[in-house]
Design a protein around this ligand. Sequence first.
Ligand SMILES: [Zn+2]
Length: 225
Amino acid sequence: MSVLSGMLYCADCGQKMYLCRCSTVKQAEYFNCSSYRKKKKRTCTSHQITVHAVTEMIKNDLQYTVRFASENKEQFVSDLMRRSDAKSKRELKASLKEIEESESRIKTLDKIIQSLYEDKVAGKLSEERYMKMSENYETEQRLLTDKVSVLKADMEKSKNKTEEIIKFVSLVDKYSDFKELTPEILRAFIDKVLIYEKQKVDGHYRHTIEIMYNFVGAVEIPDFD
Ligand SMILES: [Zn+2]
């Protein structure tokens, strides 16, 4: 499947996996790491996996994820939110309150600093006393300003993360009972797939892949029936 070609990456060196049509038998077509292909400057191991095996693995993984996400939507979304630092409504409200309070204090400090200056000009406050007091208030103001910009940036980031998660969930809704791994479904869901080098477990080779989904990246699905 040609759409897979641009999607598979070696998990160890990060380079693309190339399709090898070295065999006349279609079932034997495989991908391997492009760094391994450079025979003179070979910098990686083969990471060989057949088209058939990787297609089946992606299909199973995707179906498992989609099924879990549509049957346990609340848990799925809250797990993603937690892992992506997206904030809940309650947390957003608390941040907003903190921003408002800080901004109001910043304005008050402006007035205080102004009136200190007037007191100094009027001779009610010594130069030394004025310097010390205004310095303290200005430090407080600077710390508050920094805090507000951090809070605002966090809120913006969190809003974007939440939007991404919503986009992913709407994909799940759209394709909740897909049967075939069509190019459309692959492109809709998958950003890339990492291919790990096979491991020998109990005398059998075992392949591991990791799907990086569009919008949400890697997704961990708990065991479920
Ligand atoms: Zn590699």
